[in-house]
Each structure stands twice: as C-alpha cells, then as structure tokens.
Design a binder for this molecule. Structure first.
Ligand SMILES: Nc1nc2c(ncn2[C@@H]2O[C@H](COP(=O)(O)OP(=O)(O)O)[C@@H](O)[C@H]2O)c(=O)[nH]1
Ligand SMILES: [Mg+2]
Ligand SMILES: [Zn+2]
Length: 276
C-alpha cells in the first residue's frame, strides 16, 4: 500500500493512504543507511512498517519536509519588526530549491497599510503572489488548493495564527514576548494539515539558515537581477563594469534594500569559503 507521511513525532510516522490513516515505523535498514523519512514523503507500507520511500522532488532539512509545491513565507509588518533582510534570505533559499513562493505580510491590522503598499507591489512585480493578513486570508486559502504547502517565517510572525484561520485547527499560538520582540517556539512536531483538498504544514523555525550556495547561484535567486543585461555574462553585480543591475539600483528601478541584502549575502558566502 502507498500513502503520504502527514505527521512525524518521536520516530513514528502517520501515513495517509486513500483508505485510512496509519501510524508506522520505518524499517531498521533506513536508520543504518541514515535515511530519515520526512513529512511529505510518498511511502510504501506493509504491516505498519515503512518499507520504501519514493524519490523526493524537493526537501528541506530543517524542518524535515519533502515534496512541497509551495512555501508560504510569512513576514510581520510589526512585532517582530519588519525584516526585509530575513525575507530576502528566505526567498533566496526557496528559489534555490526551485519551489514556488507565496509571500504573506502579517499583522496588517496593526499598521497603516498605505505605508507598506510599495513593498507589496515591488515583490508582486517580481512575480510573487503577495497577501496581507489577516485581511486576505481567504485568498491564501485558494493558494493552498490541491497543493502541499509549508509555512515558513521567523518565530512570532503569526504562522500558527494564520493556519488556525483556515480550519480552526487550534494549533498552539503564543502571546508574543514584547521584551524579546518575538514569540516562543510552540510548534514541536511537523504535521501536514488538510485545507481545501491541499495540505499545509506549520514549521517551528526556518529563517536563519545558512545560505548554502555559491555567488552566481545566489545572484540567480534574485529574479530582477537575472533578467538584466549586464556587459559581462556571469556578472555578479558587485564591481563589474557595465553592470545593469547597479545602474538600475541607482535609478531606483531595483529596490535598494534588495541590492543591499544581496551584497550582505555575498559577503556572508565569501566569509564562509575555506581559506587556503
Ligand atoms: N494583531 C495581530 N496579531 C497577530 C497576527 N498574527 C499573529 N498575531 C499574534 O502574534 C503572536 C504570535 O503568533 P503565532 O501564530 O504564535 O506566531 P508563530 O510563532 O509564527 O506561529 C500571537 O500573540 C498572535 O495572536 C495578526 O495578523 N494580527
Ligand atoms: Mg507557531
Ligand atoms: Zn551585473
């Protein structure tokens, strides 16, 4: 029988088959080969045992989720303070994995929306669907239809709150700790929840991962850079002459924060390189 892992907790995996939901353990051989089943995996089960895992179309290490169609990146406009550097970092990480992105700016009810419309339209101009919550929660529900989605974002931005809006799962949310400017971790396990014939997973952390890519790959994850015609093929938009990206930043056609965040990621990747 085949099914999808929809939940993992303490080494046990809940598998959803067309007929039923069964809690399974993996064959010992997986552990010996250091293969850990992930939520999202399509698996074959026999007698409540996972005997094989189908190749994954994509996967995250932390949180351990596979076969995603979309990552919903949640950024709060306030509490915790709007962090476009973290947003651009997550976008680059997900672009690098070649997974579709939906952007959500939360806590719109606590700010003057007009102050943030420019940011919204800039990211829309890159081709990303962008929503403000709680106002546009119904639109997001449509994004989940028939797909497997993961909600990512800094602690306290409102990921669990958002998922609760959809189907009243009563995931634990936490009153934000004002002193720290962030919520506490309350999401302990990974689980796909059923919404609109699709699936959505809350995640505990995500967001402060290393950028595990080279500089050319990084530059390709910035959609508005990729389409610019620089003088040199393979331009990394740092010091090269005839760089159209730099020219367009100066003319305000590329958002300055995007370019500055790019440069900070370049620096981070350079600092990580082993020195001989
Ligand atoms: N005003 C307002 N508060 C929100 C919103 N989303 C979340 N919160 C609050 O922010 C805090 C953290 O939310 P939570 O969903 O636990 O964040 P998570 O850590 O990303 O899962 C809670 O006190 C929520 O009630 C929102 O859109 N507007
Ligand atoms: Mg949460
Ligand atoms: Zn360039």
């Amino acid at each position: 029988m085949t099914g999808r892992i929809i939940k993992s907790m303490s080494g046990e995996y809940t598998v959803q088959t067309p007929e039923e939901t069964i809690v399974c353990k993996p064959l010992g051989v997986f552990r010996h080969k250091k293969i850990v089943p992930k939520v999202g995996d399509i698996v074959t089960i026999e007698n409540q045992t996972i005997v094989s895992i189908e190749p994954r179309k994509n996967e995250l290490v932390r949180p351990p989720v596979s076969n995603m169609d979309k990552v919903l990146i949640v950024t709060s406009l306030v509490e915790p303070i709007l962090n476009l550097n973290l947003l651009d970092r997550m976008i680059s990480q997900v672009e690098y994995l070649d997974i579709d992105i939906v952007l959500i700016f939360s806590k719109e009810d606590l700010v003057q929306k007009e102050d943030y419309l420019e940011i919204k339209s800039y990211y829309q101009s890159l081709g990303y669907p962008v929503y403000f919550t709680p106002q546009e929660a119904e639109e997001i529900k449509k994004e989940i239809k028939s797909s497997i989605c993961v909600v990512a974002g800094q602690s306290g931005v409102g990921k669990s709150t958002l998922i609760n809006l959809f189907d009243h799962f009563s995931l634990k949310t936490d009153a934000i700790s004002k002193a720290l400017g962030r919520g506490k971790h309350t999401t302990r396990h990974v689980e796909l929840l059923s919404v609109e014939d699709g699936w959505i997973a809350d995640t505990p952390g995500f967001g402060v991962l290393d950028l595990d890519m080279d500089i050319v790959s990084l530059s390709h994850t910035f959609k508005e850079f990729f389409t610019r015609k620089c003088r040199f093929h393979g331009c990394t938009h740092i010091n090269e002459p005839g760089c159209q990206v730099k020219a367009d930043v100066e003319q305000g056609k590329i958002r300055k924060s995007r370019y500055e965040n790019y440069l900070s990621f370049v620096q981070e990747i350079k600092n990580k390189k082993p020195k001989y």
